[in-house]
Design a protein around this ligand. Sequence first.
Ligand SMILES: [Zn+2]
Length: 295
Amino acid sequence: MPEGDTIFRAASALHRALAGQRVTEFTSVFPKLTRVETDSGVVGRSVESVEARGKWLLMHLSGDLILLAHMLMNGSWHIYRPGERWKRRRDDMRIVIGTAKMIAVAFTIQVAEFHTAASLARRRVFNQLGPSLLAEEFDVAGAAARFRLQADAEVGTTLLAQSVVAGIGNVYKSEVCFACGVNPFRRVSSLSVTETVCLMTTARKFLQMNVAPSSGERIVTYTGMRRTTRRVDPAEALWVYARRGDPCRKCGAAIESRKQGIDARTTFWCPVCQPATGEAEGQAVATKGEPRGKP
Ligand SMILES: [Zn+2]
C-alpha cells in the first residue's frame, strides 16, 4: 500500500499540472465513471484543485464534482504532454483526464469514484479518516491523544489504522517504531505520553522527508525510494524495514520480523532497541525529536 507521502506527491504533481485548466478529454475503463461523463459531463469542467487526504487522492472539478481515487498496492498517476508516449501499457490505463496542455493517466488504480461534496461526506471509510500527518495544520497533541484512545490495540496495527491518523503505510510503521524505540507489538495503553508524541512527530517527519524527491516529479508510483536514516547510500536508507536477519544499524542485533494484525502485514523491529515489555529505558527520550544519525 502506498504511504501517505506517495499520495501527497501525486496530488501535488497533478495540482501543478492541471489546476485552473479546462478538461478537454475524459476516458475511463470504469463504467460508473464514464456514466457520469455521459450524464453530466466531465469534459468542459475545470480542475479546481487536487489534494491528498490520508491515502486518498481528491480532484475537485467545477460544478461540485469530485474524483476520489485510491492507489492501493500498485496504482500510479503519470503526467504527459499531449502526444507524448506513455511509459506503461495501454491495458493498465484506468482513467485519462486531459487538458490542452497536459494529460494525466491513472494506471492500475482499483478504486475511483465521482462524488459531490454531500455524497463524499457520507462515503464510508473516507469520512472516517483521521487527521492527515501531512496536513499543514497537523495537531501533534491532538493526534497523540486520539492514538492513545486505542488502548487495547497493538502499536503497529494502530499506526496503520487510517481512521486514527492518516498517512502511515507498512514501511513507515516499522521505521517509526524503531526511531522511537517502541516495540510495535506493545499495547497502546503501555505507551508513555512521550513515546506517543514521538511516534506522531517522527511519522510526520519521515513522511515530509520523502515528499520532495529530486526527480521523478511527473511519474508518481509506489516504487519510489524512501529513506528514513538520512544516510546517502541507498542500501542504508531504512532502519529496519525488509532487513530481517541483518544487523541493527544501532546495536548490531539481528532484525526480526513477524506478521501483525488481521491483515497480517509484516512488521520489522530490533529486539534490543525495541524491547517487548514496558518502556525502553531512556530510548523514547533519547530519540525524541531527532532519530539517530546526523543529516
Ligand atoms: Zn538495535
